[in-house]
Design a protein around this ligand. Structure first.
Ligand code: FRU
Length: 460
């Protein structure tokens, strides 16, 4: 039995104000992301009964703008096959599965029934199952023929389903074990055959798989990511994937995990939008545990460095903009900090800095340092160092600062660092300084942000 979570506000001291959190209790991976008729759906691994991991259930939230979220009833509850582990969603526009009623396309959720993780499923294996909605995503019914896929390897999980338009078939990426993933294919979303095994060294869990054109158009590639956000870019050759090279880092941060992207975003929009669970965040005394990263647009670039993805916050963040301040051509004298915002806040900061070869530049946001060191071409923040090379002598930084997180993007998303932080008592809001030489802040724009919970139209 699952009771409805008790009502709880969104105004506690450590409640993120523009990142999704559950009203109460534990969340982990984002699941079943799809867009349908103006609404972004976000399901998530949820323990409706506790502040720690357990009783895996799919929670559900909806948004019309990726910024204001509204948590609705839990969508998938544990059953005799197991608790509800991670998975994905698709809109079945052409009724491949034959489950459509009337003119509303069916929406299918693919998930792992984690046998053996509950008393009701003792002794059962992990299998891949499906639930469907014939009312546009309001309610879901588990498919009577579950499981769709029997155990392929012990602990196999996290099915990601995607349409392969070139070959006219559905594909599923499934985590097997170790660093192995299986790709399966299907014509009806119900019967699945193995296609190939993909090995992603250093990776496991929660695959994502999607086609992408390069930034400037051109040919179609396929991107496969794993839970840690690492990814490979490849091509389909004779109906099979060819991925080459070691997986690339998607984000260097300490709390970036279980990445997934939205399915079925309209062609006219065309964005591939990714979100992660900020694993390992600490929220002492809060009624919830866990938050999602801010949604980012992925773009595929092809240059002398090869094929790589950039990550950049969705433009809808501007819906939260409150005050705007801008500084141009501000010269920073070495070791002479300047405070630009006296008290802690919610920020979207965008800056370009010219930092000579012997210097380093630091912006401190809500008490947390973000440092660019020219000599090592490195961005350091939250105990993490990420590579970042100046371009024409300039480094660009974007920083989203919420109550318990920092998301730092270098050179328009070439590098990103996502992490959870705790407020630093008594710190200023924004301070800039440099060491080892003077720096020039060519342009710095600060938007203070409204809380997504208290402002704007809350959908539904
Ligand atoms: C990743 C993960 C998935 C699994 C889920 C269970 O964080 O371990 O592999 O499906 O969490 O909650």
């Amino acid at each position: 039995m699952h009771s409805a979570p008790p009502k709880s506000g969104y105004d506690q001291a450590l409640r993120p104000q523009f990142h999704f959190t559950a009203r109460t209790n534990w969340i982990n991976d984002p699941n079943g992301l799809f867009y349908y008729r103006g609404t972004y759906h976000l399901f998530f691994q949820h323990n409706p009964e506790g502040i720690e991991w357990g009783n895996m259930t799919w929670g559900h939230a909806e948004s019309r703008d990726l910024v204001h979220w509204h948590q609705v009833s839990n969508a998938l509850l544990p059953d005799a096959l197991g608790t509800m582990f991670s998975g994905s969603a698709v809109v079945d526009w052409h009724n491949s599965a034959g489950l459509q009623k009337g003119s509303t396309p069916t929406i299918l959720l693919f998930y792992t029934a984690a046998g053996g993780t509950s008393p009701a499923s003792t002794g059962k294996p992990f299998t891949q199952c499906m639930a469907y909605s014939t009312d546009g995503g309001a309610t879901f019914t588990k498919y009577a023929g579950n499981p769709l896929i029997q155990e392929l390897a012990g602990g196999n999980r996290d099915p990601k389903v995607v349409w392969d338009a070139e070959d006219g078939r559905w594909l599923m990426a499934l985590y097997l074990d170790g660093d192995r993933f299986e790709i399966l294919h299907s014509s009806d979303l119900l019967h699945w055959q193995k296609l190939q095994t993909v090995v992603l060294p250093g990776c496991d869990e929660c695959p994502d798989l999607f086609p992408m054109m390069t930034h400037r158009g051109g040919r179609q590639y396929w991107v496969m990511t794993a839970a840690n956000g690492h990814y490979v870019v490849g091509q389909m050759v004779d109906g099979k994937f060819q991925f080459s090279g070691a997986p690339l880092v998607g984000d260097f941060g300490p709390n970036f995990y279980a990445v997934q992207s939205w399915s079925d975003i309209s062609k006219s929009d065309g964005r591939r939008i990714q979100i992660a669970w900020m694993r390992g965040g600490q929220y002492p005394g809060m009624p919830f545990n866990g938050e999602m990263s801010f949604p980012c647009v992925l773009k595929l670039h092809h240059d002398s460095a090869g094929l790589w993805l950039s990550r950049w916050p969705v433009r809808e963040i501007s819906r939260l903009y409150a005050d705007r301040h801008q500084w141009n051509n501000l010269t920073l004298t070495t070791d002479k900090p300047i405070t630009l915002a006296p008290s802690v806040g919610l920020w979207d900061v965008d800056l370009s800095v010219r930092c000579p070869a012997e210097a380093s530049f630091t912006i401190t946001v809500n008490g947390h340092d973000i440092t660019y060191t020219a000599a090592t071409e490195a961005l350091t923040t939250m105990n993490t160092t990420a590579p970042l090379a100046a371009r024409k002598g300039l480094v660009q930084l974007r920083i989203l600062a919420d109550v318990t997180s920092l998301e730092v993007y270098g050179n328009r998303g070439r590098t990103s660092v996502t992490g959870c932080v705790l407020p630093v008592a008594g710190s200023a809001g924004i301070t800039v300084t440099c060491h080892g030489g003077n720096c020039e802040l060519v342009k710095l724009t600060v938007h203070s942000l409204h809380s997504a919970w208290s402002t704007g139209s809350r959908p539904k």
